[in-house]
Design a protein around this ligand. Structure first.
Ligand code: KG4
Ligand code: ZN
Length: 337
């Protein structure tokens, strides 16, 4: 089964062709990072416009790389939520017209699930599992049972972890996106330079990153006001140390409590080198298999949409196919999808 996946939920226009949920025949990603860099974050209206401008060319390139024509495709899959509404609509409209004109079934895909499924492209994963989803828009701990049912155990009550990285990078004047830059700086700084406390939360798998953000903004402003010198590397290292420790602790706790043997990390922040290292080390201690996608599959891409659609089809068969109105699915949660 060859599925054409379409992803336009944020600032990447991506179209991929995936065979039988495992083989990437093509995965073309047109990123808008250089355009949004100027503003220090994604500007939704600009993102939508660039998706419109690029999507047809991305489709052509994807077919060309896979050496296929649209006739060879069995189904069209598209991210329907969550994401920037204008950006999503470009991909959804495009997918609907392909589905209608080519008379091929349409499979709507939940973006967070797709991030998790990116791991299934490269690894053989035993379920049940705990997944930590960490991206620019999301921070969730999710339980996945043997039948691929998803339960959200907790999430951020304010900023997403990637968002916190991007905001701290802006405060320190480092550029966008902040994650990869801070990740590199970590190795030149002292991770114990700032003593940052962990926020107290009611939900044991909930997160809050607004406190660490305010703490660092206050530290930087106070130091500047007093004319004190500090090293950006030390601040970046302390921030990353604090964030990674919290993510690792809660993920391991959830895995032990739910008695799973697999941990799946997903989303843009899954590219973080310290998170990869510390979770692997902690996982080993408890006999847990920790899986990460390769770096290219961490950030937004359509290969993950194709693979998520494949598993959805495996589970629900032709009931996965949506009619073109996509009635009632605009904002389904990961459990309802
Ligand atoms: O999954 P993604 O491409 O987009 C969303 O769905 O949000 O994630 C983008 C986020 C950005 O906030 C970026 O700063 C972060 O992932 N990121 C990282 C790293 N690489 C990307 N954060 C920490 N460390 C990294 N190495
Ligand atoms: Zn994403």
């Amino acid at each position: 089964m060859k599925i054409l996946g379409i992803e336009t939920s944020c600032d990447e226009t991506s179209i991929a062709i995936i065979e039988n949920g495992k083989k990437i025949l093509s995965n073309i990603i047109s990123t808008q990072i250089d355009i949004h860099k100027e503003y220090g974050g994604v500007v939704p209206e600009i993102a939508s416009r660039y998706h419109i401008k690029n999507i047809a060319a991305v489709l052509d390139e994807s077919l060309e790389e896979a050496k296929l024509s649209l006739d060879d495709i069995d189904a069209i899959a598209v991210t329907y939520a969550p994401g920037l509404i204008g950006a999503l609509l470009v991909g959804i409209g495009f997918a609907k017209s392909l589905s209608y004109t080519l008379k091929k079934p349409l499979i709507p895909v939940h973006h967070i699930k797709a991030h998790i499924y990116s791991n299934f492209l490269e690894h053989n994963i035993t379920l049940p599992a705990i997944s930590l989803v960490v991206s620019g828009g999301h921070t969730n701990i999710v339980y996945i049972d043997e039948s691929h049912n998803f339960t959200n155990l907790g999430g951020t009550i304010d900023d997403a972890v990637g968002e916190a990285y991007d905001k701290i990078a802006r405060v320190l004047g480092l550029g966008y996106p902040g994650g990869p830059i801070i990740d590199k700086m970590y190795y030149n700084g002292d991770e114990n330079f700032l003593k940052i406390t962990e926020p107290k939360l009611t939900g044991e798998y909930d997160f809050s990153f607004s406190g660490v953000k305010t703490f660092i903004i206050n530290y930087v402003n106070r130091a500047k006001m007093r004319g004190e010198n500090f090293s950006n590397d030390d601040v970046a290292a302390s921030f990353q140390n604090n964030i990674v420790n919290i993510l690792v602790k809660k993920t391991i706790k959830a895995a032990l409590e739910k008695n799973v043997s697999s941990i799946i990390i997903a989303g843009g922040v899954a590219a973080n080198s310290l998170l990869r290292k510390r979770l692997s080390i902690e996982g080993k201690k408890y006999n847990l298999n920790v899986f990460f996608p390769s770096i290219k599959l961490c950030t937004d891409n359509a290969a993950m949409i194709g693979v998520a659609a494949y598993y959805k089809y495996e589970k629900f068969g032709e009931n996965t196919y949506a009619d073109l109105t996509l009635n009632g699915i605009a904002s389904l949660s990961i459990e309802q999808d």
